[in-house]
Design a protein around this ligand. Structure first.
Ligand SMILES: NC(=O)c1ccc[n+]([C@@H]2O[C@H](COP(=O)([O-])OP(=O)(O)OC[C@H]3O[C@@H](n4cnc5c(N)ncnc54)[C@H](O)[C@@H]3O)[C@@H](O)[C@H]2O)c1
Length: 397
């Protein structure tokens, strides 16, 4: 058998788009065989769209135990990713999870431990922005040392603009008990992942998470993180869903120059000699050094989700290296967990933050939401997901 049969759990906005990609043959070597969703309307949509060739199931446990599948893609709300992934791995299935890996890094660590017990099974995560060639090039230059030793990383990524109607579109969104966080957990897992993918993990951070600053929501929609590395380098990460038009600008400075990524262009400003050497050897107070400028324009990469699906299938079929191994999902979550702990305690914390502290503080938020009846549990009137990849999920400059 050369094709791998996929089941998809959760066919809302995201899962339905993946389902259509498989169904329309956009992923070579894979077919869509089964779907599970708790929502009757979504199941009706799937039955009509895919016909009798795809089994449509209500309870995902039945999909895991009975459907004729080799792999499962999990596109349910964040809280359930870890639990379903562990059950699927134990059922002997290859697993691809949507981002974020989960809500609580302690649970994600357990999921990773389960995955490590099943080395024969593929385990991936949908970090589609890793396929963007500009981020790949930036990472390559940093790892190669083109910028010298890194001094500072800055990312202003506040072009995740969302309206109140977006937050009202599903009952699980934008609450501590339904979603487990706001912009850091929903929109930014991609950016936090790219940050750590390029730079590695920071050692400490202090974060300022403003709750319901621009929207009527119980979680943060405006964040500033200041982080430090063991090397002495620092990082600033700014995000929000309330600024329009927003900015997407990365600036990395090192001892040999700097890189700026904005508007889909990567600009390199390179020195001939190391600034640290210039600093201590030049007799001049402010020497004007020659800077070589390079502008690199990259094509748009709109099909990142399908590229991750194809890479995952290729990994199963041919052993191709995973672009986004599932176990790496914990890194961005450790940054966001630490940012929450820091913001809640009002102080700098280590990365990773203490797991028990995060779990206890999150539970407190959930309890208070339930006690004060601020839990946003109104179900969506109708999830009108159409099975297409939304523009808003792509990298936008
Ligand atoms: N990679 C990306 O670019 C990207 C983009 C959007 C969403 N996502 C992620 O995809 C996930 C889903 O987001 P969405 O926007 O599609 O949400 P959604 O609310 O539109 O869809 C979630 C679906 O899961 C179903 N569901 C919930 N619990 C279930 C269960 N126990 N068993 C089976 N089905 C269940 C719901 O009925 C719904 O149809 C989130 O974790 C989100 O972060 C990723």
């Amino acid at each position: 058998m050369s094709e791998r049969r996929f089941g998809i759990i959760g066919i809302g906005n995201m899962g339905s788009a993946h389902a259509v990609s498989f169904f329309e043959g956009k992923v070579e070597g894979a077919i869509l065989s089964a779907i599970a969703d708790v929502d009757e309307g979504r199941r009706a949509w799937a039955s009509e769209k895919f016909g009798s060739s795809v089994e449509v199931i209500e309870d995902y446990h039945n999909l895991l135990s009975q459907a004729k599948i080799d792999a499962v893609l999990i596109a349910t709300p964040h809280y359930s990713h870890t639990r379903i992934a562990m059950e699927a791995l134990e059922a002997g299935l290859h697993v691809l999870i949507e981002k974020p890996a989960g809500v609580d890094a302690a649970e994600v660590r357990l999921m990773n431990e389960t995955a490590s017990k099943h080395k024969d099974l593929a385990f991936g995560i949908m970090f589609n922005q890793r396929t963007n060639p500009l981020f790949g090039a930036l990472r390559h230059y940093v790892k190669l040392g083109v910028l010298g030793e890194i001094k500072r990383f800055n990312w202003i990524i506040n072009n995740w603009y969302r309206t109140q109607s977006y937050y009202d579109s599903a009952g699980w969104r934008a609450s501590w008990s339904g979603e487990g966080g706001g912009v850091l957990l929903n929109q930014c897992p991609h950016n936090l992942d790219i940050w750590q993918w390029i730079m590695g993990m920071p050692a400490t951070l202090q974060a300022f998470c403003k709750v319901g600053h621009f929207h009527d929501i119980a979680v943060e929609d405006d964040v500033t993180i200041y982080a430090e590395y063991e090397s002495g380098a620092s990082a600033v990460f700014i995000t929000s869903t309330g600024e329009c038009p927003g900015t997407n600008r990365i600036e990395i400075s090192g001892t040999m120059g700097k890189a700026v990524a904005e508007d889909g262009v990567l600009k390199l400003f390179l020195l001939d000699e190391d600034e640290r050497k210039i600093c201590y050897t030049s007799p001049e107070a402010m020497p004007l050094k020659r800077v070589t400028r390079v502008n690199l324009k990259f094509p748009d990469a709109p099909n990142g989700h399908v590229r991750i699906l194809q890479n995952f299938v290729n990994h199963i079929l041919t052993g191709e290296e995973l672009i986004a191994p599932g176990v790496e999902g914990i890194n961005s979550l450790r940054i966001s967990n630490a940012a929450y702990v820091s913001s809640w305690l009002g102080k700098e914390v280590e990365v990773p933050a203490d797991e028990a502290t995060f779990t206890a503080l999150l539970s407190e938020k959930q309890r208070s939401e339930i006690q004060n009846s601020t839990r946003r549990n109104a179900p969506p009137a109708h999830n009108a997901a159409t099975g297409t990849y939304s523009e808003r999920w792509n990298v936008r400059w």
